[in-house]
Design a protein. Structure first.
Length: 400
């Protein structure tokens, strides 16, 4: 469906006005930067209420099918909403895993029953989702997952533990990768994928205190937990393929996400503003030519990243390596943020070492952001894994 520019501009103005009038504002307590930092009931309820309000206004899941609770509109409308949310810096959508990973996966691969059951609850935040991929003893080696799922009649019995399950304390469902067979030809063949309920006996999420003092992650323990057999996605042994499809959504390699911002958008312009008011030896740091040069390089890199999606839609600019932009998105974005957050600390001189202290710059915001920036370079495949993906799948380099 083609939509004329005048209609799109009118819609943008409508969204902008609605966000200005309905922004929930400062709640009076520290807000998390992303779903990975939601650790208190007050934070969670504030963010869930905001997501529900956005959905009720018709501004979330706009391109998802109407019959499942979406808006049934062209993607461009949701893109405008997301852009305006980022511009006005409203709170993020807390059900990130549901909106961006589980939901698109269910719409693409799920049964009609699953779509009817799960999609609306994902959009209105009634049903929060978490992810059960990583395990304590296997690091980035997802294929070696050892949580067991044993079929027993109309149920699977789950034993083991998963780690880094963000929102695990609040989630109603988990996308779970578990081992249903240990005798296959390779480690991937025995894995299966489940849309697993969390509120069953034998599932215990245990919050993990992070370096920042926040509780955003959990380790989730399964002790003879019984889940319905019909919550398996696909067939036994197909879990690796489903997990890889999920990671394509998580890394932003393919579209289909519900929209809305998924984290507070601290960006390089915030670092520039910090640089303008920072001093060193009594003089503005931007008078230092090395600092200016570094700042300009960050601005160039950030602008380049912002133009990448537009470039990806022009075949003539991507003929040599057509998958490079999509596959490099997570790597480029997370590493840029980690580096410019580190640079922001360096601008503070000795004050950069202060975190939870009255004299900390901006109340220690930059230290917190820097610590948290590492989680994004690990989740969804570490930076090192992303380099391997780029080398093998984009550049065609051998594995060894």
């Amino acid at each position: 469906m083609n939509v004329n520019e005048q209609a799109l501009e009118a819609f943008r103005q409508e969204v902008s006005t609605w966000l200005e009038e309905n922004n929930p504002g400062d709640p009076g307590f520290l807000l998390p930067e992303s779903f990975m930092e939601v650790g208190t009931d007050a934070q969670f309820e504030y963010l869930r209420a905001w997501q529900r309000k956005v959905y009720d206004a018709g501004y979330l899941g706009m391109s998802w099918p109407k019959e499942y609770g979406g808006g049934g509109k062209p993607q461009v409308f949701q893109d405008i909403v997301t852009q305006e949310m980022a511009r006005q810096r409203v709170p993020f959508m807390t059900n990130t895993i549901g909106l961006n990973w589980a939901g698109p996966l269910i719409l693409e691969r799920g049964t009609e029953e699953a779509k009817q059951k799960y999609i609306r609850g994902i959009l209105n935040a009634d049903d929060i989702w978490c992810q059960g991929f990583s395990e304590p003893d296997h690091g980035s080696d997802l294929g070696s997952a050892q949580v067991k799922a044993v079929r027993d009649g109309d149920e699977y019995v789950i034993n083991g533990s998963k780690i880094w399950t963000s929102l695990g304390s609040y989630a109603k469902y988990m996308i779970l990768l578990a081992r249903t067979d240990t005798g296959g030809p390779n480690k991937y063949a025995g894995l299966s994928f489940f849309l697993a309920p969390m509120h069953v006996e034998g599932i215990t999420p245990q919050p993990i205190k992070k370096l920042t003092g926040e509780f955003g992650f959990c380790q989730t323990f399964f002790h003879d937990a019984r889940i319905p057999a019909n919550c398996i996605m696909g067939q036994e042994g197909e879990g690796w393929q489903v997990a890889m499809a999920t990671l394509m959504f998580e890394r932003g390699n393919v579209g289909g996400q519900a929209g809305g911002i998924s984290m507070m958008d601290l960006n390089v312009n915030d670092v520039l503003e910090l640089a303008r008011r920072s001093t060193r030896n009594g003089r503005p740091v931007l008078e230092d030519p090395l600092i200016r040069d570094q700042m300009v390089q960050f601005l160039i890199e950030a602008k380049s990243n912002s133009l990448m999606s537009a470039k990806g839609r022009i075949p003539a600019l991507n003929s040599e390596r057509p998958g490079a932009i999509a596959m490099s998105g997570k790597l480029r974005g997370t590493e840029l943020k980690r580096r410019f957050c580190q640079f922001a600390l360096s601008l503070q001189g000795a004050n950069g070492g202060r975190f939870i202290a009255p004299a900390a710059v901006d109340g220690g915001k930059w230290q917190r952001i820097y610590f948290n920036s590492f989680s994004a370079t690990i989740g969804g495949g570490t930076t090192q894994v992303q380099y391997n993906i780029m080398g093998e799948r984009v550049l065609g380099l051998p594995k060894s």
